[in-house]
Design a protein. Structure first.
Length: 186
């Protein structure tokens, strides 16, 4: 399943499927369920906050709580239509969304630009450096650990996310922009 999520100029969250069909997010329960599954597995803190914010909203909620929570996540992490799939066979590619609340929003780092919670700090470090092209040996030198410790961390990540190869880790996490943390002085 390949889906692009975007927010239309009208403010409506929309999707474009792999056949090019463009429609409101709220009309596609399969897309809502697929994205909610990825969010709950990779970013449980983001999912919890989306539901919390949705439950606190005053006034009518369009759709159900699940749809409204996914809608909130889409608004914070996907912007204009760019013709690139954001959800591709379970892999998520978050976008940098221009927002006037950047730097002051209480949800930044949770819903917007979320943390990937299931990784240990060591796993996250190894994945981040792997995503920008460092070898296992280079990661081991940077961490002052053995290569087998790095391999163990990466194998643990493969097992957690049911990934077969090291390159699958890179593809899976590249969309989550862990490499930005490296560039910003991990």
């Amino acid at each position: 399943m390949k889906i692009e999520f975007y927010v239309a100029p009208s403010g409506e969250s929309r999707i474009v499927d792999e056949c090019g069909k463009d429609r409101p997010l709220m009309e596609d329960n399969k897309a809502v369920l697929a994205l909610s599954d990825v969010i709950t597995r990779l970013m449980p803190e983001a999912w919890e906050r989306c539901q919390e914010v949705t439950n606190k909203r005053r006034g009518p909620i369009k759709g159900n709580i699940l749809q409204a929570s996914v809608d909130r996540f889409v608004r914070c992490n996907f912007s204009a239509r760019d013709m690139m799939p954001d959800l591709n066979s379970g892999l998520l590619d978050l976008e940098e969304v221009p927002c006037h609340l950047r730097g002051v929003c209480e949800h930044e780092g949770v819903i917007c630009k979320p943390k990937i919670s299931p990784l240990t700090p060591c796993e996250e470090y190894c994945v981040a450096f792997l995503a920008i092209g460092h070898s296992k040996e280079a990661i081991a030198r940077k961490r002052s650990v053995s290569v087998s410790a790095v391999k163990h961390s990466l194998q643990s990540v493969q097992k957690k996310f049911n990934l077969e190869k090291t390159m699958d880790i890179v593809r899976f996490f590249r969309g989550l922009h862990l490499e930005r943390r490296v560039r910003n002085g991990y």
